[in-house]
Design a protein around this ligand. Structure first.
Ligand SMILES: [Zn+2]
Length: 281
């Protein structure tokens, strides 16, 4: 298949979080041709999350966080779905039929799982395991996992008013602090569990790699018209970095005192963040 189905940046990053970007790429590896789609369709949100990788890279730099991302389009196989999901290999995405995904044989499906999906998830396991082990040795709390996505402003003809959504499942320790910090900006419209809820199977990667291991986790969805330029990607990376640094820093739920949900409004600008601002892209 050529290129690996995942990429890792800043593997030795010493920050508290690991960043995951499931829909980072619209690349369709050669073996699957163009899936029967014209080039224009392969550029749209049905193939990937535009802007998500750019924000993730900037966030990784600001938080000194390891980042793992997919290098294959979700149209070939969606990394953020359980194996039994009907949208794992979508024959229809939003309103676009995907000819190359119609009438797949069990062997076709197995090949995509073995060549792309399984190595991607094994690499996430390996990365988080490595970071967790490193932190144990250093006497630090376990890492948190942050998933970055982007969503289309108009879905099936309906406008989505939120600039970003903060999504969580049963463990909201990190999400509620991140949501509170992002919502503190009156200029921003940030919603809880929008535009999706975990019941729509969108929380799979975090369930598998964080929730199931007791690691704090949050999924952040940014409306993709908000992250089309380098400048706006920088703005969102800074916002999210400050929210996460505040939520995971000393005295927060992500620090050693999990019983203290206090948001003091100052922890968002820690020396660590200032130190890394110069290193962002
Ligand atoms: Zn996504």
């Amino acid at each position: 298949m050529g290129e690996a189905p995942f990429g890792v940046e800043n593997i030795d990053g010493a920050g508290q979080v690991v960043i995951v970007c499931d829909h980072a790429s619209n690349r369709i590896p050669e073996s699957w041709g163009d899936l029967g789609l014209p080039p224009a369709a392969r550029e749209t949100h049905i193939a990937w999350d535009p802007g998500a990788l750019a924000v993730s890279l900037r966030l990784a730099a600001r938080l000194d966080a390891p980042l793992i991302f997919s290098t294959v389009s979700r149209l070939v196989i969606d990394m953020n779905r359980p194996l039994g999901s009907p949208t794992l290999i979508p024959a229809m995405s939003e309103t676009t039929p995907i000819p190359g995904n119609a009438n797949l044989t069990p062997a076709d499906r197995r090949h995509r799982i073995e060549a792309i999906y399984s190595p991607y998830h094994a690499a996430i396991d390996q990365l988080i395991g490595k970071v967790a082990a490193r932190r144990v040795v250093a006497g630090l709390p376990p890492p948190s996992v942050v998933a970055i996505h982007s969503f289309t402003p108009i879905f099936k003809g309906v406008w989505r008013p939120w600039q970003a959504g903060v999504i969580h499942d049963t463990d909201d320790r990190l999400s509620r602090l991140v949501l509170a910090r992002l919502s503190a900006d009156p200029a921003l419209s940030v919603a809880e569990n929008e535009p999706y809820v975990p019941a729509e199977e969108v929380y799979f990667t975090l369930e598998r790699h964080a929730l199931g291991h007791g690691l704090m986790n949050v999924m952040i969805e940014i409306r993709n018209d908000e992250v089309q330029t380098c400048e706006s990607q920088d703005v969102w990376a800074r916002r999210i970095a400050e929210a996460i640094a505040g939520a995971t820093g000393p005295g927060s739920a992500g620090g050693h005192d999990e019983a203290n949900p206090a948001i003091d409004g100052t922890a968002a600008k820690t020396p660590e963040i200032r130190q890394h601002q110069g290193g962002s892209q």
